[in-house]
Design a binder for this molecule. Structure first.
Ligand code: A3P
Length: 296
């Protein structure tokens, strides 16, 4: 329990104006100096945008649809979460990444401007997944309730304001999606949308295949689509985060695999909250060519 106390509702601190767990900010020099390799694949997202889903798709592709190989370990251990820092003897993302043989698949929630520069220098491939703000907010709210490694979200009303102000871990959703949108014009980045993946998983998985320069048979493609569907992943202990102790993630409060549906925000936003949210959204997003669908 003593060990857990160190990271349950951890202290937070800003790094370059972005809110981080203090354990990450204390480790920032090491994270910033992380050495990426040309054959690394990085899955980058804002929290709750469909990271785990994309990780499972990528793992299935890399293992030619071999479900057993994809069950060799839970998501967290298969793809090191580079900035995630835990007290020893637990494995931090950097330790896992440094121990992992190449080619590595890594995960990050860092905003583009805070990505360790070696990723750009080595021209590593990056898949970025974006999800509309309202569904991200709802998902992040419930995740913050069940995951004791995140700050307490407070009430729903409070959380809506916290999210709009970007005072959540990894900072502003608005800046994150825009920053990576701009970065994609200069780097090897496949920019995907959660809503598109939900609408037509086959089409989006084919984009990933092409980006990874991989080819699979129709049979394997169908297997990947099936194995990475919400209902199947929800039952997969290696993909649904149920191997973590309930003192850290309490799925009885809200399961990690919660709903997986675009448009769930309508069940949470009041009409007034929605109007205010939209107004603020226009201000923050007006200058960008980036557009989202809030339902499909
Ligand atoms: P909800 O809370 O809206 O259900 P991340 O992996 O980035 O933390 O994102 C988690 C969100 O992705 C959760 O959203 C989760 O249910 C959803 N998700 C995970 N696997 C999915 C899948 N196979 N299909 C659709 N959504 C999925």
């Amino acid at each position: 329990l003593q060990l857990e106390e160190k990271f349950l509702h951890p202290e937070t601190r800003e790094v370059n104006g972005i809110l981080m767990a203090k354990m990450i900010s204390d480790n920032w020099d090491k994270i910033w100096n992380f050495q990426a390799k040309p054959d690394d694949l990085l899955i980058a997202t804002y929290a709750k945008a469909g990271t785990t889903w994309t990780q499972e798709i990528v793992d299935m592709i890399q293992n030619d649809g071999d479900v057993q190989k994809c069950q060799r370990a839970n998501t967290f251990d298969r793809h090191p979460f580079i900035e995630w820092t835990l007290p020893p003897p637990l494995n931090s993302g950097l330790d896992l990444a440094n121990k992992m043989p190449s080619p590595r698949t890594l995960k990050t929630h860092l905003p583009a401007q805070m990505l360790p520069p070696s990723f750009w220098k080595e021209n590593s491939k990056i898949i970025y997944v974006a999800r509309n703000a309202k569904d991200c907010l709802v998902s992040y709210y419930h995740f913050s309730r069940m995951n004791k490694m995140l700050p307490d979200p407070g009430t729903w009303e409070e959380y809506v304001e916290t999210f709009k102000a970007g005072k959540v871990l990894w900072g502003s959703w608005y800046d994150h999606v825009k920053g990576w949108w701009d970065a994609k014009d200069q780097h090897r980045i496949l920019y995907l949308f959660y809503e598109d993946m939900k609408e037509d998983p086959k089409r989006e998985i084919e984009k990933i295949l092409k980006f990874l320069e991989k080819d699979v048979s129709e049979e394997i493609l169908n297997k990947i689509i099936y194995h990475t569907s919400f209902d199947v992943m929800k039952q997969n202990p290696m993909a649904n985060y149920t191997t973590w102790p309930t003192s850290i993630m309490d799925h009885s409060i809200s399961p990690f695999m919660r709903k997986g549906m675009p448009g769930d925000w309508k069940n949470y936003f009041t009409v007034a909250q929605n109007e205010e949210f939209d107004k603020d959204y226009q201000n923050k997003m007006a200058a960008s060519t980036l557009t989202f669908r809030t339902e499909i």
